[in-house]
Unconditional design. Structure first.
Length: 402
């Protein structure tokens, strides 16, 4: 396997693609006529401002992956945090953020509109969360499937602060008929794409750790991460944490929109790779699965005979990591890794181990995690038609040279 920090690093839509599309309309155009200046510059530099170190999977909508070697701190800095957008991000400046309003309606006794300033007057809640795109690892599935070809870096951990969604729903008064909370943001669909609306079962919405976040790592949430307000649903796949939140609707049944009824669904039983799965055999994707990655050493690193330190992170959605094991002999034997001192329910757990490799040669370092429910990372993936929840034992090949 190629180094995940270099493979597939080109943007999902090239300048040539855009010009070809425009040419098909019969218009004579230049790139600067098609795109705003900042996007023209992004294409030229293959970067997005503030995210210069990330791998561009798509420029518009922005889909940016973090090179796994940079994911080496328990809290991921905002400039290194991955970005997943399904639609075009709205332009919201600081002044508009101060006037931000969230509509709350549906199966409630008192429909209302809540301002950002009013949310900030509610009791503050903070939660450290490992957010991961459900498709993280999609590039490794075989047979392959369409979609953003994420490798290992569509994941990060941040501390979010805001108001509890439960407090807002309590003020509105949820009726007995309320079963789900549908959430929508100010982002705009692309072309004929449906609006990005997700729903959260009422029990999870009322959980004290589900928050309407306006801070990320101690500062206002950056624009690419949902400024000025986003939902944070800890332990569940990242698409539940809707950005630029402006509408909360309590509903009496599962939302009928595409991103609930069709997307983000998973087979309710194991299926053969490449198999077609009938809609009735698909269920909503919710929590994350037990998983780990090695951030150090990088693929193909060379060492002198002696000490070789391996380090990384492991996480399991709503569960705790109880152990991480590592191997340097293709999985023939496993050794317990030392877990880091930081330990929070929804956040990843650091691990490290030092091997003593005295013989020259090529070695495959491996890591597998176990959670508090006894779930262990598998040796082979559970294939599914959307390429979700890749969580096989992680591997990095190194060389020991004289």
């Amino acid at each position: 396997m190629k180094n995940n920090e270099s493979r597939n690093s080109r943007p999902g839509l090239s300048r040539r693609d855009l010009l070809v599309r425009a040419a098909r309309t019969g218009a004579a155009v230049t790139l600067s006529q098609i795109l705003p200046n900042e996007l023209t510059n992004a294409f030229a530099q293959n970067v997005i401002k503030g995210k210069e170190k990330l791998i561009v999977r798509s420029l518009r909508p922005e889909d940016l992956e973090t090179p796994v070697g940079l994911l080496n701190s328990w809290i991921t800095p905002n400039d290194l945090f991955y970005v997943r957008h399904h639609t075009y991000a709205p332009r919201v400046d600081d002044s508009a953020g101060k006037e931000w309003k969230v509509q709350v309606d549906g199966e409630v006794e008192r429909p209302t509109t809540v301002t950002l300033e009013e949310l900030k007057k509610l009791p503050k809640a903070s939660v450290t969360v490992t957010l991961e795109c459900a498709g993280n690892g999609r590039a490794f599935f075989d047979p392959p499937m369409p979609g953003i070809q994420w490798e290992k870096g569509a994941v990060g951990t941040a501390r979010f602060t805001g108001a509890r969604l439960a407090d807002v729903l309590k003020k509105a008064g949820v009726k007995a008929t309320g079963k789900y909370v549908a959430v929508n943001g100010a982002d705009k669909p692309v072309g004929k794409q449906p609006d990005f609306i997700r729903n959260v079962p009422l029990a999870k919405a009322l959980n004290a750790d589900t928050i309407l976040a306006y801070e990320m790592n101690g500062v206002p949430i950056p624009a690419l991460h949902g400024f000025p307000l986003r939902l944070v649903v800890p332990g569940w796949e990242g698409a539940y944490s809707v950005k630029w939140l402006n509408h909360i609707q309590v509903i009496d049944k599962e939302h009928e929109g595409f991103f609930v009824k069709t997307a983000y669904r998973y087979p309710n039983k194991p299926v053969a790779p490449g198999a077609a799965v009938p809609a009735e055999n698909m269920m909503p994707l919710t929590g994350l699965v037990v998983k780990s990655f090695i951030h150090s050493p990088a693929e193909s690193t060379s060492f002198k005979p002696g000490k070789v330190r391996v380090a990384g992170f492991a996480w399991a959605g709503e569960s705790f990591i109880t152990k991480v094991e590592v191997s340097s002999d293709n999985g023939s034997t496993w050794k317990p890794a030392k877990l880091g001192k930081e330990r929070e329910r929804y956040a990843w757990q650091s691990f490290e181990h030092e091997f003593n490799i005295t013989q020259v040669g090529s070695y495959l370092l491996m890591a597998r995690a176990t959670d508090d429910k006894g779930n262990v990372q598998p040796v082979a993936p559970q294939w599914n038609p959307s390429g979700y929840l890749w969580n096989v034992i992680d591997k990095v090949r190194i060389n020991v040279e004289a």
